[in-house]
Design a protein. Structure first.
Length: 577
C-alpha cells in the first residue's frame, strides 16, 4: 500500500511526541525522586547534628535507661526513627524497637561509613521494621575519640506516596500535551502535504500536456517558492514545447521539400526517419520502424550501409532499385549512433549521358569519313598547287589533322566511358610498354631539343592490365609533356609500391597555375588556349588518361608550379579486384 506524504509526516510527528511524553516523565521521576531523597537526607543530617549535642552526655551504658527514654520520646515528637549504636556496633537505644533484640549494626552501610569518620547515608530494606528506609548516621565523639554513632531514619513510604501523586499529575499533563501535540501534528502535516499534493496534481496535468495549470501556496515559505519555481518551469516548458513544435513543423516541411531521398537508421539498422521522396522511391509509405533490409530490397544498398557502420565514415556508391539507378551517400554519426543516408536518382542523368555518348559516337563516326577524304584530297593537291597557294593548303591540312585527332580522341573517350565495356587484362611488363612508347617520341623530342629519360626499379612486379589502354595513357602523358616543354626534358619513373606500381611523369615545362589544377582532367579544358591551338592539342588527352587510370582501379594526382614544370603521379594496383 502506498504511504502518502501526509501519513508519513503525521506518523513520525506522533512517534516523536509520544516518545517525548514517555521519556520525559521517566527521567523526571528519577530526578525528582533523587532530589527529594537528597533533601530528606540533608534534613535528617541537620536533625542528627542537633540531637548529637543532647545525646553525647548520656551515650553510654551507665545512662542507658535515660538514653532509651529520650530517644523514644524525641522520635515520637519528630516522627523520625532514632538509633544509638556504640563503637562496636551494639545498639544502645532505638525509638521503634527493643535494642536488646536487635542485631549488631557495625557493618550496616551508614554505621560503617560513620565509624570511618564520614556522614553515613543509605537507602535499604529494614529487617527490623520490614520497610524501605532512608538512613543517615553521624559519629559521636568524646575527647577526640569515636564512642558511637547516631542514626536517624525515615520511612520511604511517605516519599513514595508523594511521588505517586506527582506521577499522576505528570501523567495527566503528558496525556493532555500528547493530545494537543497530535492535533497540532495533524494540522501541520495537512498544511505541508496539501500544497505538495496540489503540486503533484499540477505536475500530472503538465505531463499530460496542459501547460496552463498554475500552482498556488499561501504564505511566504519554501513551499511558496517551490510553487513559483514550478510556475516558471511550466512557462519555460511551454515555450520550449512551442519552439520544438515549430522546429518540428519546419523540419518536416524542409524534409518534404527535399527532392532527394533521406533516410535515418538507428544503431540496430531500424528506420527512424524517412522523407516523402524516399518513400516515393520505395513506393511504400510504411517503412518507419522496419529494418532497412526489409524496406530496401537491394544487396548493394545493404553492403554500403554495412561498410559505413564498420568504417564509421562517409561512404558513397550506386545501387539499382525498381529498374532505376541511384547514388547513395551514407554518413555515420557517432553520437547518437545513427546513419544518415541520402539517395539521388541518377536514371535521367545516365540517360542523358548515354544520349550524349551516342551523339558523340555518331557525330565522330560521321565526321571521320569526310575528314579522311578531305585529308586525302589535300595530300593529292600538294603536288599540283602553285607555290603561292601551298601556305593556305598547309593551314587547311593542319586543321584537318587536328579535327581528325579530336574525332579519334572522342571515339576513344566514348569507348572508355561506355557502360559495360570491360578492359582486356593480361600480365605485362610496364617498363617494356613505356620503352615502346618512348621510341615513338624520340624524333619529336630531338627536334625540340628535349631529353627523355626512364628510371625503373629492378624488381618491378608484373601488372594485370590492358596493354593497349596503358600504352594510350603513356602516349597522351608524354605527348602533353613534350608539347608544353620548351627546354629541359621529360623523366618517367616506375617504382615498386605496396601491391602497386607508382608512375611519375615529370617535365620541366611551363607548368600549370593552381586555379586550373582541379579542372585539367575535364574534356576540352585547356589552360592556355592559344598555346593549345599552336601545338595542336585537343583538350581530351588528360580526360582519356583519367578514365584509363580509373578503369584500372588506380589513382592519379598532379603537382605543378608555373615556370617549374608539372609532375603526374599514377598508382596502378598489381592485381585488379
Amino acid at each position: 500500500m502506498k504511504k502518502t506524504l501526509f501519513l508519513k509526516i503525521f506518523v513520525w510527528q506522533v512517534i516523536i511526541v509520544l516518545s517525548l511524553c514517555l521519556l520525559i516523565p521517566f527521567f523526571a521521576f528519577r530526578t525528582i525522586r533523587q532530589h527529594f531523597i537528597n533533601n530528606q537526607a540533608q534534613h535528617l543530617e541537620k536533625i542528627a547534628q542537633t540531637l548529637r549535642l543532647k545525646i553525647l552526655p548520656i551515650a553510654d551504658l551507665e545512662h542507658r535507661e535515660e538514653l532509651e527514654s529520650f530517644v523514644k520520646d524525641f522520635g515520637r515528637e519528630i516522627k523520625t526513627r532514632i538509633t544509638i549504636v556504640d563503637s562496636e556496633g551494639v545498639v544502645l537505644a532505638d525509638s521503634e524497637q527493643d535494642p536488646k533484640k536487635m542485631e549488631n549494626h557495625r557493618y550496616r552501610p551508614e554505621i560503617y561509613q560513620a565509624l570511618q569518620g564520614k556522614t553515613g547515608k543509605s537507602i535499604r530494606w529494614s529487617n527490623t521494621v520490614r520497610q524501605d528506609m532512608l538512613y543517615v548516621g553521624l559519629t559521636l565523639e568524646k575527647e577526640g575519640r569515636i564512642i558511637g554513632v547516631l542514626r536517624v531514619s525515615l520511612f520511604l513510604k511517605d516519599i513514595q506516596s508523594l511521588l505517586t501523586e506527582m506521577k499522576k499529575d505528570i501523567a495527566r499533563a503528558a496525556i493532555i500535551i500528547l493530545l494537543l501535540m497530535v492535533a497540532i501534528a495533524f494540522f501541520i502535516s495537512r498544511g505541508l502535504s496539501r500544497p505538495v499534493k496540489e503540486l503533484i496534481e499540477a505536475s500530472r496535468k503538465v505531463a499530460s500536456g496542459d501547460f496552463s495549470i498554475r500552482a498556488y501556496s499561501k504564505g511566504k515559505d519554501e513551499l511558496s517558492d517551490l510553487a513559483q519555481s514550478f510556475n516558471l518551469m511550466t512557462d519555460e516548458i511551454r515555450e520550449l514545447f512551442g519552439n520544438l513544435s515549430r522546429q518540428k513543423e519546419e523540419l518536416e516541411s524542409i524534409l518534404s521539400s527535399i527532392q532527394e531521398g533521406l533516410l535515418v537508421l538507428d544503431k540496430d539498422g531500424k528506420v527512424t526517419l524517412a522523407n516523402q521522396s524516399f518513400k516515393k522511391i520505395l513506393q511504400n509509405d510504411l517503412i518507419e520502424g522496419k529494418y532497412y533490409w526489409e524496406a530496401v530490397m537491394s544487396s548493394r544498398f545493404g553492403d554500403l550501409i554495412t561498410k559505413t557502420r564498420m568504417e564509421k565514415n562517409n561512404i558513397q556508391g550506386e545501387f539499382n532499385l525498381n529498374e532505376k539507378e541511384y547514388m547513395c551517400s551514407a554518413t555515420y554519426l557517432a553520437s547518437p549512433e545513427r546513419i544518415v543516408v541520402t539517395v539521388y536518382d541518377l536514371t535521367e542523368a545516365r540517360r542523358l549521358e548515354k544520349m550524349k555518348r551516342d551523339f558523340v559516337l555518331n557525330v565522330s563516326h560521321e565526321l571521320r569519313t569526310p575528314l579522311t577524304a578531305i585529308k586525302g584530297f589535300i595530300e593529292t593537291m600538294e603536288g599540283e598547287v602553285e607555290e603561292k597557294n601551298k601556305y593556305y593548303l598547309g593551314i587547311i591540312k593542319r586543321n584537318t589533322e587536328r579535327l581528325i585527332n579530336i574525332v579519334k580522341d572522342l571515339l576513344l573517350l566514348a569507348e572508355l566511358e561506355e557502360k559495360g565495356v570491360s578492359i582486356q587484362t593480361e600480365h605485362l611488363d610496364l617498363r617494356a610498354i613505356v620503352e615502346n612508347v618512348l621510341k615513338i617520341f624520340e624524333q619529336k623530342a630531338k627536334e625540340n631539343g628535349l631529353s627523355v629519360a626512364l628510371q625503373a626499379d629492378q624488381d618491378l612486379p608484373l601488372l594485370s592490365a590492358d596493354p593497349f589502354a596503358l600504352e594510350q595513357m603513356f602516349i597522351n602523358l608524354i605527348d602533353n609533356a613534350i608539347r608544353y616543354t620548351e627546354k629541359g626534358g621529360v623523366r618517367i619513373s616506375l617504382r615498386k609500391g605496396v601491391e602497386a606500381v607508382v608512375v611519375n611523369v615529370q617535365d620541366t615545362g611551363m607548368g600549370i597555375p593552381n586555379e586550373h589544377l582541379d579542372r585539367i582532367f575535364e574534356r576540352f579544358y585547356v589552360v592556355d588556349k592559344s598555346r593549345s591551338k599552336k601545338v595542336g592539342g585537343t583538350g581530351l588527352g588528360l580526360a582519356i588518361v583519367k578514365h584509363i587510370v580509373l578503369a584500372h582501379q588506380g589513382q592519379i594526382s598532379v603537382k605543378s608550379q608555373p615556370g617549374e614544370g608539372t609532375t603526374f603521379t599514377i598508382t596502378l594496383p598489381t592485381n585488379l579486384r
